[in-house]
Write a protein that binds this ligand. Structure first.
Ligand code: URA
Length: 441
């Protein structure tokens, strides 16, 4: 087989066979196929698209390019939730201990990654001493003993995707639905969970800007997971405005702790209940949806979910004092306020704009391996639909650098849009995709 023939076949609109896709993925990962040929194929895929079957073959080949984690020694059906990424998305920090406190094993591999704020691991590292570095045996032991472990992705999980994603990033070939679905699913499948729930975000702060694209991506990822023998579903959720009120690593951990204590923002709590009850149903741990919702709500109301979070942090080396008193989490040196000039309603908050504020402040990374400042971020006192009065604080910027803080404050102000009339809130849940079909809400 020759790479030039595979490129020509795709360039001319043909459908690649499993052998051809395996040849490309193996050859590219090992370095036998050079970047320029891989780029030509990726660009051909970008324009000619891939069929669902080709996408399944690509995902399988990328999954098998490295370690495939075996979680069969964990008791119970292992659940995983994956978000396609959004601004202020700290769902894992809340949902994972809620599920674990209901007896559902959560064995999660999380990343740092690129983004407006750090990934789940960065956020957790706001807690002094917390470590996501552990061997597979320790990971499995923790899940068996306390039902929850969150580990950093091993270097050898889907290495083909790692190399290809980096190439896509610099060749204008990221935003193709088949390539995105294959990239995400190869890592999720290699991480070993039997039940996978995908939280596909839609809106200005998400990868998928339109409902049509979000549903297409969800449908394709559910198809791939199902074809690969995993119980896979997707929920499409809103990312027109940030999730919750806190954006930034330590600020988000504090908000997650409040939510686990029943005092967090309603959208974050409701999203956790929706995703969690779906996962409880998928893993057969409740007979009815209402039972699943009750299980989760009770876990928060009687303090078990918070206790589980504390136990999980302590098991992974984190300072329990910071969990018990989140005021001890890293704090920025300066707090700048955005104040209201009149009486009005918040009409919209551009999630991407807020994400860019976080980047200016140093909460996230634009380049792999860049350092993140765990203490900085934005707090949104007012969200869509809420009324503001003259001189009231709309939002605050938490910064260690006043010049960057002023730049972010200007962007923050531009991200808010107001109305004199009352405004209806955004819909949080847009729909559900299962192997049996699509429900639009
Ligand atoms: N996230 C991934 O892991 N891969 C993509 O291609 C896009 C988002």
């Amino acid at each position: 087989m020759r790479m030039i023939e595979i490129i020509l076949k795709k360039r001319n609109g043909g459908e690649l066979s499993q052998e051809e896709i395996n040849f490309f993925v193996k050859g590219y990962t090992s370095g036998e196929i050079p970047d320029y040929q891989a780029s030509a194929l990726l660009m051909s895929i970008y324009f000619q698209k891939m069929t669902d079957l080709e996408t399944v073959y690509l995902t399988e080949a990328m999954m098998n390019s490295g370690d495939v984690i075996d979680l069969s020694t964990i008791k119970g059906i292992v659940a995983d939730k994956h978000s396609t990424g959004g601004v202020g998305d700290k769902t894992t920090l809340v949902l994972a201990p809620m599920l674990a406190s209901c007896g559902i094993p959560v064995a999660k591999m999380s990343g740092r990654g690129l983004g407006h704020t750090g990934g789940t691991i960065d956020k957790l590292e706001s807690i002094k001493g917390f470590s996501a570095d552990m061997k597979e045996e320790q990971f499995i032991k923790n899940v068996n003993e306390i039902k929850i472990a969150i580990a950093g992705q091993t270097g050898n999980l889907a290495p083909a995707d790692k190399k290809m994603y980096a190439l896509r990033d610099v060749t204008g070939t990221v935003d193709n639905i088949s390539l995105i679905a294959g990239s995400i699913m190869s890592k999720k499948l290699a991480a070993g969970s039997q039940a996978i729930l995908l939280d596909v975000k839609v809106g200005s702060g998400a990868f998928m800007k339109t409902e049509e694209d979000a549903f297409s991506l969800a449908r394709l990822m559910v198809k791939i997971g199902t074809e690969m023998g995993r119980n896979t579903e997707a929920i499409i959720t809103d990312m027109e405005q940030p999730l919750g009120r806190a954006v930034g690593n330590a600020l988000e951990v504090k908000e997650a702790i409040l939510t686990l204590n029943g005092k967090g923002p309603d959208d974050l709590y409701q999203l956790c209940i929706t995703l969690g009850s779906e996962l409880i149903m998928m893993t057969g741990n409740a007979e009815t949806r209402q039972d699943a919702i009750d299980m989760l709500q009770n876990s928060v109301n009687d303090g078990r979910a918070f206790k589980k979070f504390a136990q999980f942090i302590q098991t992974q080396g984190g300072d329990i004092n910071m969990v018990m008193d989140p005021e001890l989490l890293p704090k920025a040196a300066y707090v700048l306020e955005l104040k209201s000039a009149g009486t009005k309603y918040v009409k919209s908050i551009d999630a991407l704009g807020i994400g860019n504020c976080a980047l200016i402040l140093g909460a996230g990374r634009e380049k792999k391996d860049a350092a993140v400042d765990l203490s900085v971020g934005i707090y949104l006192n007012k969200k869509v639909g809420e009324k503001v009065f003259p001189d009231e604080i709309i939002a605050t910027i938490h910064t260690n650098d006043l010049a960057k803080g002023e730049e972010a404050l200007k962007k923050l102000s531009d991200s808010y849009c107001f109305s004199d009339e009352e405004v209806t809130k955004n819909r949080l849940i847009h729909g559900l995709v299962t192997k049996d079909g699509v429900k639009v809400y």
